[in-house]
Ligand binder design. Structure first.
Ligand SMILES: N[C@@H](CCC(=O)N[C@@H](CS)C(=O)NCC(=O)O)C(=O)O
Length: 210
């Protein structure tokens, strides 16, 4: 096995969904790593040392030996290539492509949900105003895709669990935990994903006050 000299930089509030995805990935793989936090509120991500290693001045960043990598899905794909014992992505090309599609979509679309249901709703129990019309439309897109992707009675997107399940469940949880209407089947799927020990480890982290 390749060296496991790994350090993961996340936000200090453990509220970043992208940091969560990489944290879960490392735990799913059973890889020991050091967890380091970056205080975004105090612009620690803009400091020269972190800026130079992350390139993007964002969290998460994974440092493996002397190699630093940011962008959460680039990190999880890298982990699968370097530590292939337990895979984060499906083995077959079509499901793997679909999992990457889901990840890219969740990171680039549905902005009204991400704005109106920030992850503080999830990790700090903050309640938010009713969804705007545009957020309702975005929620409709989310439900449509989930209904199409999830086979009847499926608890994972592609048979075996994969990292896209966590990302999709988190997007649904933004709504579920605020009391927004979510189709029961999708709420059940998100609840099932949320019970994974790797996810619960992230949920249980000790968060500083807002
Ligand atoms: N596409 C990136 C998104 C990373 C991102 O948006 N990180 C936020 C925290 S959730 C951040 O670092 N924000 C600080 C900034 O952009 O200045 C990924 O998947 O890693």
């Amino acid at each position: 096995m390749a060296s496991t000299n790994l350090r993961l930089y996340t936000d200090a509030q453990f509220a970043s969904p992208y940091a969560m995805s990489t944290f879960v990935a490392l735990h799913e793989k059973g890889l020991p790593f050091e967890l380091a936090t970056i205080d975004l509120a105090n612009n620690a991500h803009l400091e020269p040392g972190y800026a130079a290693s992350s390139l993007t001045q964002r969290v998460p960043t994974l440092v493996h030996d002397r190699f630093a990598l940011s962008e959460s899905s680039a990190i999880t794909e890298y982990l699968d290539e370097v530590f292939p014992d337990t895979l984060l992505y499906p083995k077959d090309a079509i499901s793997r492509a679909r999992a990457r599609q889901v990840q890219a979509w969740l990171r680039s679309d549905l902005m009204p949900i991400r704005q109106e249901r920030s992850t503080k709703v999830i990790f700090y129990g903050v309640s938010a105003a009713p969804l705007s019309a545009t957020a309702h439309t975005a929620a409709g897109k989310l439900f449509f895709a989930c209904e199409a992707l999830l086979a009847p009675h499926a608890t994972n997107l592609f048979g075996e669990w994969c990292i896209a399940d966590v990302d999709l469940a988190l997007m649904l949880k933004r709504l579920v935990l605020n009391g927004d209407t979510v189709p029961g089947r999708l709420a059940d799927y998100a609840a099932h994903q949320w019970q994974r020990p790797s996810v619960q480890r992230w949920v249980a982290l000790n968060r500083p006050p807002l």
